[in-house]
Design a protein around this ligand. Sequence first.
Ligand code: NOJ
Ligand code: CA
Length: 678
Amino acid sequence: MLTRLIAALALLFLVTAPALGQDVAIASPGKVIEVKLSLNGEGRIHYRIDRHGAPVIGESQLGFLFTDQPQMLRNFAIVGQRTRDHDETWEQPWGEDRRIRDHYRELSVDFEEKSALKRRMTLEFRVYDDGLGFRYRLPARADGKATNIAEELTQFRIASDGRAYWAPAFESNREEYLYNATPIGGVGTAQTPLTMVLADGTHLSIHEAALVDYSGMNVARVEGTLLKAVLTPSSSGAKVSRTGEFTTPWRMLTIAPDAPALYAARNLILNLNEPNALGDVSWVTPRKYVGIWWGMHLETQSWASGSKHGATTANALKLIDFAAKHHIAGMLVEGWNVGWDGDWFANGQGFSFTKPYPDFDMPRIAAYAKRQGVSLIGHHETSANIAHYEAQMGAGFDYFRAHGIDAIKTGYVSDAGGVQALGADGRIHFEWHEGQVMARHHLKVVTEAAKRRIMINAHEPIKDSGLRRTYPNWVSREGQRGMEYNAWGVPKNPPVYDTQLFFTRMLAGPMDYTPGIVSLKGRGDTDILSTLARQLALYVVIYSPVAMAADLQENYEASPVAFDFIKQVPVDWDQTRVLSGAIGEQVVVARKDRKSADWYVGGVTSEVARDASVPLDFLPAGKRFTAHIYRDGPTAEAGAKGKDMIHEVRSVTRGDTLALRMAPGGGFAIRLAARSRR
Ligand code: NOJ
Ligand code: CA
């Protein structure tokens, strides 16, 4: 079943006369947020945003630079405006919440240049009580040519200084960087989501929604706390090239009084996307999975052929048995296909997406998995050679489908700017992972996969802009530093990272973080900066509808208590509540299972030990629950002492409060199983 409209209330279209003055304003439904658009004496368009009357974004310019026509920046007049109210509640096929309310007021303002060119542009604002989106609508060019954008001149004048949490843009590891925590006045060139806490405590995150056929937006500081959009470059000169009328992605500002409210506003990105375009998506089925994977990152196994080859028939059959025994629905196999020998980072050209290595008997493995009730998850590493991949992609999808595989993890490993794409001139061009070429590529992958009822989980992806609403088979992606960094080391993900990730990257959508390393060991027996209880907490905190039990089979067999939680924890939720949180300090989140009355709670802290108080007031009244609590023991701390975990079982009810100590780099996980009787 798909995105279902539950209630469509007002869809009121009001056409009002053009303003006599040159200022236009619109407030959110609850009058929390107000946007003002104005034209100055030079006919430059500015917008500003207030929350409860206090400025969040000061006067900021809007406009465009083009590669082949004069800029659009000044000499504008308002020639039309419309407002519209919208309130509906819709249902997600899967996600962190089943029902989502989409309640906004919209303002569209048409501008025309007073100069000889008389070009037009429309600005559309959708204003919610917890944020807003705005986008440009540009008409087709009068001469029929493409609109070639050199830069988008959108600014964000942050109203005060404060703290900013940001990962650098345009660096070689793409989206995979630790967060900088700096004054807003210390932001460099940042990826989005970029999250800030203003001087008055207002939490603001800048990101984008519906990144379709356009280049990804980064944000760079101009001076003081003035930031500006910087689009991702393209090999063709113009950063964006579009023919006919088009809209830009939504420039999205999530605005909340505190950190928990910021995460609570995360569905803004889905509301700003178009509804499900795929029809029946009952075949999109969230799941946990194990895989032939961590061994490669530990270097005890290899993707490449040879004595260490991980993807052998024997290994696969063994892991299928393990998954079946423990009711883990999925199993990923990497290194199954020809092309990994030698320097696979550089040899995308050598990958076959239809040819397994000789020691991987795909028909036998697929048949065995089917008999055991385990779903295989396929893998397509492309080394970011999308020219090579696109030529084989359809055949690769068909090959997997023929073997009953309905989910694929894709990968685009290459340094930033190293995507190889086929240009219109028939030549290979080097592109960025978040440029317009890749925005197009990913949608091609997702829609071609959907035709075959296949789900996609992309690594080294383009940023998440909420397109899972429109294409619900785009179930997850990576797009920040996942667990693999804890295998490699130098540096491993520090505990503070997860508490920043939650309020930045996780505002964009699901992340295939691959948690659950219960051994707490990376490559060469090095310690992971986590406790065991925290590894369990990550399943609740870091949302993904496809969640990996990433450790080796033998490590789970040696940790049955921890593994029991991993087996139980759902990947699809009915609702989500952030119980407490502060960026870079800690987060505690509760989620209700979609298929039962059970609740789960996860908490993680930074390097600092903290006492969490968890009131169970989200539970329904009059019902008893069995709480299975997995918490840090008295000697626990991230690293070598991380395995000290206490597992206790208690009967609890609404009104109870759990007091839980989180060790340095620690956390806790709770399963609240509803009892059938009081
Ligand atoms: C990087 C991905 O993040 C990882 O999960 C994968 O194993 C390797 N690339 C190889 O594709
Ligand atoms: Ca990666």
